[in-house]
Ligand binder design. Structure first.
Ligand code: ZN
Length: 404
């Protein structure tokens, strides 16, 4: 009986062991290593902050096998792109993998360095040569060539002028730096005995061509501050001829209607930039100068927007325009059909050989007498020894006192 009992115990033991072994095999078959990523499965990092590997944890059932993880990271945080990090754990001949996607993005704008610093001063009349700027970007490298500078330094008038330098990298991060150019101190030599003939409110189909005929005959250039010429092919032809003849085209404004243009700063700026853009696209011509309808001293703008002129004189320069009033009024705008003699006399009385002369005239349809006065004005001025020039970016400017 004893042996029988012992045998029975052994069998039970074997069965239990077999069951345990089977359970162990089953457990092994059903258990896989698990990887848990620290941090997000999809990460976005900037080039500036860089990528720090957050790692992962791994377990096999209740056993921590983090130490068995191998990390294969393709991330290059010095370069924009999408990268994959692969986490692999091998344990008891079982493998688990997990992947993380890392987006490296560039949010850093280039760094602009203004050559010669952010403040420069020049004397009135002294030529302003922009010393330029350099720009380095973390992804694009040297982007100095893409810098655009905007702002007009009126070297003939004392004051502070701002020039904005902007540049973007290929990911749209934009940098801007501003330089203040101060025109101050004793003026350098002035332009003397020069006449700048300027005609506002054109082009017209009768007066402007007649003026161009006269200018051509006497080999004299002029500057035209124009308004919108619509889609008039003849007017476009006239403007092309003016440019070909050595004249310059400048902006008066798409509209001349005070009640529209002087209601707000944006309305005014749009009125001048839209015409500048139109001239650029129609004539491939970069108009740099503008004249305020009514001049910068006008008071009519007061009834539409108080104090607007104080802002506009700054803003047009920031937009890159040279604005130019006049110091010789031909009086042709004091009414229609002002007598030829009166126009000629007004110019003669007001011109001075001690300085430069920006003569205000008009070439809209109603200014026939202006066109007829022009030959006498040119003949007289030539006899007196004046020289004629078209306005250029380096021409002297006249600024009236701002009254609004
Ligand atoms: Zn005008």
């Amino acid at each position: 009986m004893r042996t029988k009992n012992s045998r029975k115990k052994i069998v039970i033991l074997i069965v239990v062991l077999l069951l345990l072994a089977a359970a162990a095999v089953l457990f092994y078959m059903l258990t896989t290593p698990r990887i848990t990523l620290n941090g997000d499965r999809k990460m976005e990092v900037t080039m500036a902050e860089g990528y720090t590997e957050p790692g992962a944890e791994a377990s096999f059932s209740f056993k921590d096998i983090t130490g068995h993880i191998e990390i294969d990271s393709q991330v290059n945080d010095g370069k924009v792109g999408t990268y994959t990090v692969t986490y692999t754990v091998n344990y008891l001949r079982k493998t688990a993998t997990a992947k993380r996607t890392v987006n490296v993005v560039d949010r850093e704008p280039p760094v602009i360095t203004l050559t010669e610093g952010d403040r420069i001063s020049i004397r009135p009349g002294q030529e302003f040569r922009d010393p330029g700027a350099t720009a380095i970007d973390d992804s694009d490298g040297d982007v100095s060539a893409n810098i655009t500078a905007k702002g007009f330094v009126d070297r003939y008038n004392k004051g502070d002028y701002e020039v904005d330098y902007t540049v973007s990298d290929s990911y749209g991060n934009r940098a801007k730096a501003t330089r203040t150019v101060t025109v101050e101190g004793e003026p350098v030599k002035e332009v003397r005995g020069v006449i700048y003939l300027t005609f506002d409110d054109g082009p017209s189909n009768n007066v402007t061509p007649e003026i161009l005929d006269t200018l051509e005959k006497y080999k004299v250039p002029a500057t035209f501050f124009i308004v919108d010429y619509g889609s008039d092919k003849n007017k476009l032809k006239t403007l092309k001829r003016a440019i070909a003849d050595g004249c310059t085209i400048a902006v008066h404004g798409s509209s001349h209607d005070y009640s529209k243009i002087y209601t707000s700063v944006p309305a005014f700026m749009d009125n001048v930039t839209s015409l500048r853009d139109k001239i650029k696209s129609d004539l491939d011509y970069a108009a740099f100068a503008m004249r305020f309808p009514g001049g910068s001293s006008n008071t009519v703008s007061k009834s539409y927007s108080k104090g607007i002129m104080k802002k506009l004189v700054k803003d047009v320069q920031k937009e890159g325009f040279m604005y130019n009033d006049w110091n010789v009024d031909s009086t042709d705008a004091s009414g229609n059909n002002i007598a030829v003699d009166e126009i000629v006399r007004s110019v003669q009385e007001r011109c001075s050989k001690d300085t430069f002369n920006v003569i205000l005239m008009h070439d809209s349809d109603a200014k026939g007498t202006t066109a007829r006065a022009l030959p006498a004005i040119i003949k007289w001025a030539k006899e007196e020894g004046y020289t004629f020039r078209a306005m250029t970016i380096n021409s002297p400017t006249v600024h009236h006192d701002v009254n609004n």
